[in-house]
Design a protein around this ligand. Structure first.
Ligand code: DOR
Ligand code: ZN
Ligand code: ZN
Length: 419
């Protein structure tokens, strides 16, 4: 296949190039390539490395009424993703080789994007005993995480980080001091007071970020901080990086696109953990993305059933269905505003996740895997929750007009999505 006349997003800039794909690999990138076979006209479009989302929830096994590996994969390729990594908070929990290989095999059977399972840190996510990292890695786990919960015991977290490092796999930390959260549902501040909802302090997140950084520093092992939402968390990570700690971090589109003003109408689709914070946090997240303190943009795609959300705010499930809006939110809020260049967006949404987890792909280069995404950066669209491909219609962006539309997604040289 030849992709013709696209604006190709390379590591150091954007250039009009043709791309030749043979046997699932990019074999040539040149000003003009002619030949026989299938051609894909990318005139007026941008060609990105396939996006990689290192933090999603696919809900299978156990919660297939919220999402399954097939519906999640369909939503992912529509969103421009060629690889996704799914968290282990399923039922049964992905804390052993049987569940981890089930997820991996089911992803392959569906055959749309590459589905990489993340194994649990502790058995049953209970925070008591370590899961078997080595055995899970052998069958394809690309990282370990108790996401949804913090490993409360610092002693156990230390062990987890040592084991993970020994097996050359990353520990992805959901940072939340549950005692301090104490039933809070939104950010603690003016809006929580106005709404009469129990707040969650920034400190609940920052305390655990600081703890995990301290462990990484004293053990001299890597650590990855999930879904950073606070300005103070960004500062902790920036300072740690400057001091040479092996810390990497991610944030999500809802933290750079929204402030907690959106909770005022009690729309439960704004309920997410950690909570959407304030303007000062949003600005710090944008700065952190710009200066590289925040390495990755992930979605934390957390699809829920309508029954989990059509309840009063206090009772609603935490989570946002985010995989179909992520790229457009990045284009709208980061590229069109002049904050990030296209290579910088590709780095945060593809290259850095690939490098942190040791996955193939992440950039467009001769000899590289042909995982690509074609997008229009001029076209606008309006998010309609009920038109999402994901089973989870829980988006706070319903009705928002966004710029940037994914036109095609290519995995191993095969077109798996075509708008
Ligand atoms: O909002 C969230 N939803 N945050 C988490 O940490 C877990 C996730 C879920 O599994 O629904
Ligand atoms: Zn989490
Ligand atoms: Zn999550």
């Amino acid at each position: 296949m030849i992709i013709k006349n696209g604006n190709v997003v390379l590591e150091n800039g954007v250039a009009k190039k043709d791309i030749l794909i043979e046997n699932g690999k990019i074999t040539k990138i040149a000003d003009e390539i002619t030949g026989v076979g299938e051609t894909l006209d990318a005139s007026g479009l941008y060609v990105f490395p396939g996006l990689i989302d290192m933090h999603v929830h696919l809900r299978e096994p156990g919660f297939e009424h919220k999402e399954d590996i097939e519906s999640g994969s369909k939503a992912a390729v529509k969103g421009g993703f060629t690889q996704i990594c799914c968290m282990p908070n399923t039922d049964p929990v992905a804390d052993n080789k049987v569940v981890v290989s089930y997820i991996r095999n089911r992803g392959k059977e569906v055959g749309l994007c590459k589905v990489h399972p993340i194994g649990a840190i502790t058995k049953g996510l209970k925070g008591e005993f370590l899961a078997d990292v080595g055995e899970m890695k052998k069958v394809g786990a690309v990282a370990i995480s108790d996401d949804g919960k913090t490993v409360k015991s610092t002693r156990l977290m230390r062990l987890a980080m040592e084991y993970a490092s020994g097996f050359n796999i990353k520990c992805l930390c959901h940072c939340e001091d549950a005692d301090l959260v104490d039933g809070g549902v939104v950010n603690e501040g003016f809006n929580s007071t106005l709404a009469g909802l129990k707040g969650i302090q920034r400190a609940a997140e920052d305390i655990v970020i600081a703890r995990d950084i301290a462990l990484a520093e004293s053990l001299d092992v890597p650590v990855h901080i999930c879904h950073v939402s606070t300005h103070s968390g960004v500062r902790l990570i920036r300072d740690a990086k400057r001091a040479g700690v092996k810390v990497t971090a991610e944030t999500c589109p809802h933290y750079f696109a929204l402030t907690d003003d959106v909770i005022r109408d009690f729309n439960t689709n704004t309920k997410v953990n950690p909570p959407i914070r304030e303007e000062v946090d949003k600005q710090a997240i944008l700065e952190g993305l710009k200066d590289g303190t925040l390495d990755c943009i992930v979605t934390d795609h957390a699809p829920h059933h309508a029954d989990d959300k059509n309840v009063e705010y206090n009772l609603a499930a935490f989570g946002i269905s985010g995989i179909e809006t992520s790229f457009s939110l990045a284009i709208t809020h980061l590229y069109k505003t002049g904050l990030l260049t296209l290579p910088e967006i590709a780095q945060r949404m593809s290259l850095n996740p690939a490098q942190i987890l040791g996955l193939e792909g992440g950039k467009i280069e001769e000899g590289g895997v042909a995982d690509l995404m074609l997008a229009s950066l001029e076209e606008e669209w309006t998010v309609k929750a009920d038109e999402l491909v994901s089973k989870g219609k829980n988006t706070p962006f319903d009705g928002c007009k966004l710029t940037g539309v994914v036109k095609a997604t290519i995995v191993d040289g095969k077109v798996v999505y075509n708008a």
